[in-house]
Design a protein around this ligand. Structure first.
Ligand code: ADP
Ligand code: MG
Length: 409
C-alpha cells in the first residue's frame, strides 16, 4: 500500500485534527485515497526535515489521523502557497528530490499571458505590463480596461476604467466608483498602482445574467492516465455593481447550463468551446511549466459566446463547485490529484529507481496538441494509452519513453 504526501499550508495543517480546514475538504482526499488503496500523509513545509528525509505529519488510517514523524513520501501533491523566501526555497528543494506536482501554485499573470500569446492570441485580451504611458496609449485604443496586480488573487486591488463620453471615464476602485476626466483617471490609477507590479488589460465585454456580468471557472487536471482533462466548470456572477466576479468579493455561483441558456441560443456549443479552449491552453501551459497538474482557469465569455482567457490559478479553490451544488464534480476535483499521484507512483515504479524527478526540470518537448481537432486528439490519447499496455518484454523501454514524454508534456 503506497503513501501519498499532501502538502498544505500551516494554518490548514494545524487544524487537521479539529477538521476546521476551511476551504480544503481533506475528507475527499481521504475517501479517494482509501478507494485506491493509498494512505495520505498531510505535511507542511514548516515541519519538514529535508536533510533527514522526514517530516512530522498526519497519516490518515482507519478513519483517523495519527501525528508522528514519517519518511517523506516519494509522490507529493502540493496545495501549499508559501509566502516567505525561505519556505519557497524549501519547496523548490523538496521538488528537486521528490515527485512534487503543482509545486508552483502562484504564477505572474503576465508570464502566463506571454506563454499563451504564442498560440492563442485569438482568445486573449490585449495585455501589457503597467506603465503610465502604456495606460495612456491603452486608453486611446480601448473603451474599457482592467488594471490588475500581477500575482494577487481573489479580486484584490483590481481597478476597472470605462469611457463614458469624450471627456469622462468611470473608474471602479476596490471600494469606490467615480466619474472623472481622462487625465484625472490616469493620475488616480497611477497613484493607486504606485510601484506595485500591475498589468493593464483590455476589458472583455462579458456576457451577463440579469444585468450582472459573469465568467467561468474551469477545473483542468491531470488524472488517472496522466492526461489533462476538464473536470468541470461553473459560473461566477458579479455582485450588483461590482466589476469582479470573485466569490470572495461576494460574487455568486451558478451552473453554466443556467447561465449559457440565459445568454445564448446555442448553450451547448458555447460550453463545448469553453471546454476546448481551456483544455488546449492548459495542455500547452503544461508543456512549458514544470510539473503542472491541477489548475483553475478563469474564462470570460463575451456576448457572442466566444471564450477569452482571463487568468490561471495554480491552486484552484474548488469550493465553488460545492456552492454551485455540483457535489460529484466537487469530489472529483479532489479525486483526480489522488489518481494522478497513483499514476506517477506506478509510472516511476521499481524499474527506474522511482525517481523521475529530474525529468520535471528537463527541456520540454513541443507537441502539436493545440492544433489537433477532437477526433485526432482522441486518437492520440488512445495511441499513448495502447503504448502503455505493451507486453512485459517491451515494458522497460517503451513504457519508459512514453512516460518520459508524458511527464515532459
Ligand atoms: N480583462 C477582463 N475583462 C473582463 N473581466 C475581467 C478582466 N480581468 C478581470 N476581470 C474580472 O475580474 C475578476 C478577477 O480578475 P482575475 O484576473 O481573475 O484576478 P484574481 O486573481 O484577483 O481573481 C475576473 O474573474 C473577472 O470577473
Ligand atoms: Mg480570478
Amino acid at each position: 500500500m503506497g503513501t501519498i504526501g499532501i502538502l498544505v499550508d500551516l494554518d490548514v495543517f494545524r487544524n487537521i485534527k479539529s477538521g476546521k480546514t476551511g476551504n480544503e475538504k481533506l475528507e475527499y482526499y481521504n475517501r479517494a485515497a482509501v478507494k485506491q488503496g493509498l494512505t495520505p500523509v498531510y505535511l507542511c513545509l514548516e515541519r519538514m526535515q529535508l536533510s533527514k528525509k522526514a517530516a512530522y505529519g498526519y497519516k490518515y488510517r482507519n478513519g483517523s489521523y495519527v501525528y508522528n514523524k514519517y519518511a517523506i513520501p516519494k509522490v507529493i501533491h502540493n496545495r501549499a502557497m508559501p509566502f516567505s523566501k525561505e519556505l519557497q526555497q524549501k519547496l523548490e528543494k523538496l521538488s528537486r528530490r521528490y515527485e512534487v506536482f503543482n509545486s508552483c501554485t502562484r504564477y505572474s499573470k503576465y508570464r502566463i499571458h506571454r506563454i499563451l500569446e504564442k498560440r492563442f492570441m485569438e482568445h486573449l485580451p490585449t495585455t501589457k505590463g503597467y506603465g503610465r504611458q502604456r495606460l495612456r496609449d491603452m486608453m486611446k485604443s480601448f473603451k474599457s480596461l482592467y488594471i490588475k496586480p500581477q500575482s494577487s488573487s481573489i479580486g484584490k486591488g483590481i481597478i476597472k476604467i470605462a469611457r463614458q463620453s469624450d471627456r469622462l471615464w468611470k473608474i471602479q476602485l476596490p471600494h469606490k466608483t467615480k466619474v472623472m476626466t481622462q487625465s484625472r483617471t490616469e493620475k488616480t490609477v497611477d497613484q493607486y498602482v504606485k510601484s506595485k507590479d500591475y498589468i493593464i488589460q483590455e476589458a472583455i465585454p462579458l456576457a451577463d445574467y440579469q444585468g450582472k456580468p459573469y465568467d467561468v471557472r474551469v477545473s483542468v487536471q491531470r488524472g488517472a492516465d496522466g492526461q489533462w482533462q476538464m473536470t468541470g466548470m461553473y459560473g461566477k456572477v458579479a455582485r450588483k455593481g461590482s466589476h469582479v466576479t470573485n466569490v470572495a468579493r461576494r460574487g455568486t455561483v451558478k451552473k453554466c447550463s443556467v447561465l449559457f441558456s440565459h445568454s445564448f441560443q446555442n448553450p451547448g456549443q458555447v460550453a463545448a468551446e469553453v471546454q476546448r479552449v481551456s483544455l488546449q491552453m492548459t495542455q500547452y501551459l503544461g508543456e512549458q511549466l514544470k510539473n503542472l497538474a491541477d489548475v483553475g482557469l478563469d474564462i470570460g465569455v463575451d456576448r457572442s459566446g466566444k471564450p477569452y482567457f482571463i487568468e490561471m490559478n495554480g491552486r484552484d479553490q474548488r469550493y465553488g463547485f460545492k456552492k454551485a451544488k455540483m457535489k460529484k464534480t466537487f469530489y472529483r476535483t479532489y479525486e483526480n490529484p489522488i489518481l494522478y499521484a497513483k499514476y506517477i507512483q506506478q509510472s516511476s515504479g521499481t524499474q527506474h529507481g522511482g525517481n523521475l524527478g529530474r525529468l520535471n526540470g528537463m527541456r520540454k518537448r513541443k507537441t502539436v496538441w493545440p492544433n489537433l481537432d477532437r477526433r485526432s486528439r482522441l486518437k492520440t490519447q488512445l495511441g499513448s494509452y495502447k503504448n502503455r499496455m505493451v507486453s512485459s518484454s517491451q515494458f522497460s523501454t517503451t513504457r519508459f519513453s512514453v512516460i518520459k514524454n508524458e511527464r515532459k508534456r
